[in-house]
Design a protein around this ligand. Structure first.
Ligand code: KIV
Ligand code: ZN
Length: 387
């Protein structure tokens, strides 16, 4: 039996921190329903103290969602924790996620608090959160630049105060996989009571390593990953949910965990988030980009037509696509051309006719970057006239 990897989706909170991605209550509700269909374990619905609108969206999501835990973020202060507790009141299962920064630069320059004051605020907010729910997560913001001994001290204190999930964020996307994995392993080994909580990681993508760092944390013992659809999020974004989930699924030899995600809902979720936020999906984005299952070169197309596994490590059907796509262009081979003719129901009378049509197709492809079905149909009706 593999361990369950808890998928904590923060598209509606950290994802919404992407410039221009603010969502209305109804838009958040539509995404939350789709996240429930995707079967994410935890939906971070927003930050209740941030605005009355956000609190109202969290309340609406709490009333609607039955299968996923609904969570609100709260800074480690009384006002925030109470606002979060009230917003998740009607959830079938509600979580409060409280956080405070633990790195020297954040404590001195941003919070203007001493380390002792930070520990006191963390303990008080976890204790207060436990009065609203028995599912309380604590995050040490900027853990990546925090002192390990201080992290051990604060995590020990909040576990005693009642935290049930301990989240270790790389808030600024500064980590690299080998060191992040070591850090998580050391914390799990040295924090007293670490076996009573779920260890979590939350990685940002400033150096393009959010997914790699999250996966290194999983290999080191983390059992919750915080992520967003399409990797949306503050600055360069968060770890992308679809990449984390498909990596764990595609490489069971490397990960001792499995997720509860219905991967066939990935494309629908990705498209919905993109259309609501107005953030387009780059064509070469892993898993959900338009080209993620497209084959362009003749050598690859020939391989895929003979056996898909020659160039496909995942099945397009598993992420919710009906099939892969063989694009036709100047690099395509005869086999791909012949296969597209068959799909279009265009008969080929002889090898000679195929050769002739194929050389005209190549001449056209030199002038046009992608050849569409209409181009092939036009070309083949000319062929019929020439015959
Ligand atoms: O990046 C971060 O540290 C956060 C915390 C609130 C978990 O988003
Ligand atoms: Zn974050």
């Amino acid at each position: 039996m593999k361990d369950r990897l808890v998928i904590f989706d923060t598209t509606l909170r950290d994802g919404e921190q992407s410039p221009g991605a603010a969502m209305t209550r109804d838009e958040k509700l539509r995404i939350a329903r789709q996240l429930e269909r995707l079967r994410v374990d935890v939906i971070e619905a927003g930050f209740a103290a941030a605005s009355p609108g956000d609190a109202e969206a969290i309340r609406a999501i709490s009333e609607t969602i039955k299968d996923s835990v609904v969570c609100s973020l709260a800074r480690a202060n009384e006002r925030d924790v109470r606002a979060a507790g009230e917003a998740i009141q009607s959830a079938a299962r509600g979580r409060i996620h409280t956080f405070i920064a633990t790195s020297p630069i954040h404590m001195e320059k941003k919070l203007r608090m001493t380390p002792d004051q930070v520990v006191e605020a963390a303990i008080a907010s976890v204790k207060l959160a436990r009065q609203f729910t028995d599912d309380v997560e604590f995050s040490a913001e900027d853990a990546v630049r925090s002192d390990t001994d201080f992290l051990i001290r604060i995590f020990d204190a909040v576990i005693r105060a009642g935290a049930t999930t301990i989240n270790v964020p790389d808030t600024v996307g500064y980590a690299i996989p080998s060191l992040w994995g070591e850090r998580i392993r050391e914390l799990i080994a040295r924090v007293p009571g670490s076996d009573k909580v779920v260890w979590s990681t939350h990685c940002h993508n400033d150096l393009g390593m959010a997914v790699a760092n999250s996966l290194a944390a999983v290999q080191a013992g983390a059992r919750q990953v915080e992520c967003t659809i399409n990797g949306l999020g503050e600055r360069a974004g968060n770890a992308s949910l679809e990449e984390v989930v498909m990596a764990v699924r595609t490489r069971p030899d490397l990960f001792a965990v499995e997720t509860g995600i219905d991967t066939t809902q990935i494309i629908a979720t990705s498209k919905l988030v993109s259309s609501i936020t107005g953030y387009p999906i780059q064509p070469n984005k892993a898993i959900v980009g338009a080209n993620a299952f497209a084959h362009e070169s003749g050598i690859h197309q020939d391989g895929v037509l003979k056996n898909r596994e020659t160039y496909e490590i995942m099945r397009p059907e598993d992420v919710g696509l009906s099939s892969n796509r063989l694009t036709l262009g100047k690099l395509s081979g005869r086999n791909a051309f012949r296969s597209r003719l068959t799909e279009l129901g265009i008969p080929v009378e002889s090898e000679e006719q195929l050769n002739h049509a194929f050389s005209r197709f190549k001449a056209l492809a030199d002038k046009k970057s992608e050849i569409f079905d209409e181009d092939i149909q036009a070309l083949m009706s000319d062929e019929a006239l020439l015959a």
